[in-house]
Design a binder for this molecule. Sequence first.
Ligand SMILES: Nc1nc(=O)c2c([nH]1)NC[C@@H]1CN(c3ccc(C(=O)N[C@@H](CCC(=O)O)C(=O)O)cc3)C=[N+]21
Length: 286
Amino acid sequence: MSAQILDGKATAAAIKSDLTARVAALKEQGVTPGLGTVLVGDDPASQKYVAGKHRDCAQVGIASIQRELPATATQEEIEAVVRELNEDPACTGYIVQLPLPKGIDENRVLELMDPAKDADGLHPTNLGRLVLNEPAPLPCTPNGVISLLRAHGVEINGAEVVVVGRGVTIGRTMPLLLTRRSENATVTQCHTGTQDLSAHLRNADIIVAAAGVPHLIKAEDVKPGAAVLDVGVSRNAEGKILGDVDPDVAEVAAWISPNPGGVGPMTRALLLVNVVEAAERAAAAL
Ligand SMILES: Nc1nc(=O)c2c([nH]1)NC[C@@H]1CN(c3ccc(C(=O)N[C@@H](CCC(=O)O)C(=O)O)cc3)C=[N+]21
């Protein structure tokens, strides 16, 4: 048996096609959504991700606003760009690409963003709203994981989900989304301090692997019929992506997200959703 593919590329394409119509409607009302990106430094992976985001924007008709700073940029210089985007009416949503160079206080930068323009859903106000069950832009990667499962009819309601990892962009936010009444999953969060990861994994109907440890999840740890989402991105010496999920898992799982081609494109699609929704709110307030 071989697992069915949770096709992030195709699902993201369907989301983008829906957004294209909504962007066209916004433009008729005189509102053009614009996504800003702040990229600091010259990490090739970050450059590639940001380029992908602007390619997506072009596809759906969202304007692109790109700000690039050298790796030597100071805290004050980065914060000046954030203030500028907060004030720029053409920028309806933006992201600060993480990680920022060593020595920069990331949280201070994030906190300075206008929460109404936070396309990543990572501003403290928006994370707080998520905890309080108030409407807020949702973190893109966890939201992409849920959309990907729903698009393929994987049952989330009542599922035992194991999230591996405790980073802010996925690990710590994924359980918040999964335990909403609308998802209704039971979540176990595992991390480097977990004593017996295998014991937790074997019990999981859905595994969200976001540890950043190549091939951490092995076939013998996966319950037959489980859905396994590979969120981890490591690279080998040749720059090839190595996910958190061992390829043998495909023989045991019922569903598997490829990497690349799984959660990555979904993250980008849900970013655009946040931008369009923010622009729709702005248009409704006109
Ligand atoms: N403020 C902020 N927001 C983010 O959302 C954010 C971030 N910082 N920092 C880094 C991570 C990583 N991330 C990815 C997005 C898309 C792909 C993606 O589309 N990947 C393609 C392949 C790309 C390739 O081949 O390298 C795929 O999976 O098919 C990957 C990774 C967003 N992140």
